[in-house]
Design a protein around this ligand. Structure first.
Ligand SMILES: Cc1cc2nc3c(=O)[nH]c(=O)nc-3n(C[C@H](O)[C@H](O)[C@H](O)COP(=O)(O)OP(=O)(O)OC[C@H]3O[C@@H](n4cnc5c(N)ncnc54)[C@H](O)[C@@H]3O)c2cc1C
Length: 257
């Protein structure tokens, strides 16, 4: 288990019957950049059973936080969904990932587009003070099937703007735009549809999308990633990678098997 540290679960919150989040202790040796993911899981029959997980917590928090799906027959999450305070989890020692600020060129507005648990890396990033130094506006779009799946809405709208250290920096800069596809809501439709409609920008009082000024980070399922990658490439955006910053970056929220 040398690749992992053992951490203790501190608290668990079940948002719906398919989504939950939890906090855990953090090894003082774990360093990561906001937006990265890490291998995380459980010891099962003496062996590590781990999966890639984005860190919801910011890199300056003294605890870790994760947002998780519950897959009915999923090897990990069919077990992980039953964890409770005091249980042990395994956390990998090598965080990685492309959704980091240094993979984007400087710009005006930054769009953070996530579906389902694809919100997780953005929860970490929106608590990064340098985000608000680098961009004039940060627009966080979270798409889910149902309103109850829009995890962390309260934290984003009410807690973070009151945060002692972050509140001033982010107030007036962070725009939160939750959307759902399967029930009535103020914003109904797929994230891809919003982003590719002119109304979205004018309704939010934002300039029309431009590769010169705008940047995007995308985290979702395979279809959403493909559609948005095509959309941005067609508009002159280039995909950024480690050591080669550009106009947009993408990360899988999960892999379809
Ligand atoms: C870079 C990266 C980051 C990830 N970050 C997270 C995260 O922060 N939170 C999280 O819950 N999962 C995340 N995942 C997915 C995660 O690694 C596992 O797939 C998930 O925990 C389910 O594990 P499992 O063993 O129960 O089922 P698996 O055998 O891993 O998955 C079974 C099937 O369930 C579906 N599925 C898996 N994960 C999801 C999901 N998150 N949303 C919708 N459908 C899914 C897929 O169809 C998949 O084929 C991430 C994956 C990658 C590649």
């Amino acid at each position: 288990m040398a690749a992992f540290t053992n951490e203790s679960v501190i608290s668990v919150r079940h948002w719906t019957d398919t989504v939950f989040s939890f906090t855990a202790t953090r090894s003082p040796t774990l360093r990561f950049e906001n937006g990265q993911f890490v291998m995380m899981g459980l010891e099962v029959d003496g062996k590590p059973l781990t999966r890639a997980y984005s860190l919801v917590s910011a890199n300056y928090d003294d605890h870790l936080e994760f947002l998780s799906i519950k897959v009915a027959n999923g090897p990990l999450t069919s077990r992980l969904q039953h964890i409770k305070a005091g249980d042990q989890i395994l956390v990998g020692k090598k965080p990685t990932g492309t959704l980091v600020l240094d993979n984007l060129r400087p710009g005006r507005n930054l769009y953070l587009l996530g579906t389902g648990t694809g919100l997780a890396p953005f929860m970490s990033l929106i608590r990064d003070p340098s985000m608000y130094e680098r961009f004039e506006k940060v627009i966080l779009v979270h798409g889910c099937r149902r309103v109850s799946e829009l995890a962390y809405g309260d934290r984003i709208m009410h807690e973070l703007p009151q945060d002692e250290y972050l509140g001033d920096a982010m107030r007036g800069k962070l725009i939160y735009y939750p959307t759902v596809t399967r029930e009535p809501f103020k914003a109904m439709g797929r994230v891809t549809e919003f982003v590719s409609s002119g109304h979205f920008y004018s309704d939010l009082d934002l300039a029309p999308l431009s590769a010169e000024h705008d940047r995007a980070m995308v985290c979702g399922g395979p279809d959403m990633l493909r559609d948005l990658k095509d959309y941005y490439l067609a508009r002159g955006f280039r995909e950024g990678h480690l050591g080669d910053p550009a106009e947009f970056v993408i990360e899988k929220a999960f892999v379809e098997k």
